[in-house]
Write a protein that binds this ligand. Structure first.
Ligand code: GLA
Length: 393
């Protein structure tokens, strides 16, 4: 079993991680240590809706990125990654936007306008590039550690917005706000129902007798980032066309299913499919909040399935491996809901499974996925965790 699954019940090596990070920042630094951790997330439903000012329903998970920071007397920023076993040193006066492993940390110093050098060491348990927000968990954790180190004491929302700026303006990835808000504001055993126009966040209690298993397809298709930007453009194009019919339309959030049908003949078929998916997905999030609160398994199954099929056929951000995982999971008797999660083109599916059947599910999906694709999926049983936090020694 050991070689097939990873089960994160609890980060029981947390104190070891922090000890290792402390010894990695010790050199040439002085004063107090600023210690933080921030979670990755799994999005239950509401995919690609955040940059359309729509609704999302993610939850923070117990896979986290830890940071320890300490001041230096000079103007160097020294970043150590214990995952990569690499060090990067940069003069604070030479920071400019870049796309590299250290950029997520340098970007924090950049948006915060820090003028003094510091050491920072990072270590994360969120799988990289798997659609579980490893980048947001790093940005949010580093933002928290660095801002606390310099006595800025920002609130969690500010941490989220600044972290998104790092990603958009410094790293150059045009993501929405879902991941950073979830990593900042996550609440144990709750999903977050986020309105990405007003940024209002409501906690939605997740049933104790449902478990979440994320299944990693083991693939990450390169076209992910370019296609992500293309989808945003497609959505903007539809909004421009819809505005001719109604000036009040500012984003796809303002478009109803009736409006989409009304303007259908002014849209090229691809744009129509994109817009239809977003409009329906927003509605599904609202219905999912109710279905989860009422523990209505049938409804959750229906909404998750429609979401996956829409992402695959209409929004076209799935891939063969994710579709295979979806098809296998759907046929498991104790499944409550299954769909791809995150930006797509590889990465993970999210599976809600009846409590007590999660190990059977993991066996079921592993064996079948292996026999169809020849690959082992990594299944992770995760728990819903809290957002960014400070750690004391
Ligand atoms: C990525 C982005 C998010 C969101 C999802 C898709 O995770 O970072 O902002 O757009 O894709 O729902």
């Amino acid at each position: 079993m050991e070689d097939r699954i990873e089960i994160y019940q609890k980060l029981n090596s947390e104190s070891d991680i922090i000890k290792s990070l402390i010894s990695a920042v010790d050199q040439d630094s002085y004063g107090d240590f600023s210690i933080s951790s921030a979670p990755g997330r799994v999005n239950l439903i509401g995919e690609h809706t955040d940059y359309n000012e729509g609704f999302v329903l993610p939850c923070a998970i117990n896979l986290r990125t830890f940071c320890v920071a300490r001041k230096r007397k000079d103007k160097n920023i020294r970043i150590v990654s214990l995952n990569l076993n690499k060090v990067h040193i940069q003069d604070i006066d030479d920071i400019k936007p870049s796309y590299n492993w250290w950029s997520y940390v340098l970007g924090c110093a950049y948006v915060l306008g820090i003028r003094q050098g510091f050491n920072i060491a990072i270590y994360g348990t969120v799988p990289l590039g798997g659609g579980l927000s490893s980048s947001a968990s790093l940005e949010v954790s580093a933002m928290y550690a660095i801002s606390n180190l310099f006595g800025l004491r920002l609130d969690r929302r500010e941490i989220a917005f600044l972290s998104r700026r790092v990603e958009n303006e410094f790293v150059g990835v045009p993501c929405g706000i879902m991941d950073q808000l979830c990593s900042s504001l996550g609440v144990k055993q709750n999903a977050l129902f986020i309105d990405c126009r007003t940024y209002e966040v409501q906690n939605v209690k997740f049933p104790e007798d449902w478990k979440i298993v994320v299944c990693d397809s083991g693939v990450k298709h390169e076209l992910g980032s370019s296609e992500y930007a293309k989808r945003q453009d497609d959505c903007k194009k539809v909004v421009e066309i819809a505005k001719r019919f109604d000036q009040r339309i500012k984003s796809l959030r303002d478009i109803s299913t009736q409006t989409i049908e009304k303007i259908k003949y002014n849209l090229d078929p691809v744009l129509y499919r994109r817009a239809k998916f977003i409009v329906e997905e927003n509605q599904r999030v609202i219905e999912a909040v109710e279905a989860i609160s009422k523990k209505d398994k049938g409804k959750v199954f229906e909404l998750f399935s429609k979401s996956h099929i829409g992402l695959s056929k209409e929004y076209e951000v799935s891939c063969e491996e994710l579709d295979i995982l979806f098809d296998i999971a759907k046929s498991f008797e104790g499944i409550v809901g299954t769909r791809m999660t995150g930006g797509g083109f590889g990465g993970n599916t999210v599976n809600i499974v009846e409590s007590g059947r999660e190990m059977e599910f993991i066996d079921f999906i592993s064996n079948r996925y292996m026999s169809v694709t020849g690959r082992k999926p990594i299944s992770r049983l995760v728990q819903i965790d809290s957002g960014v936090q400070e750690h004391k020694i």
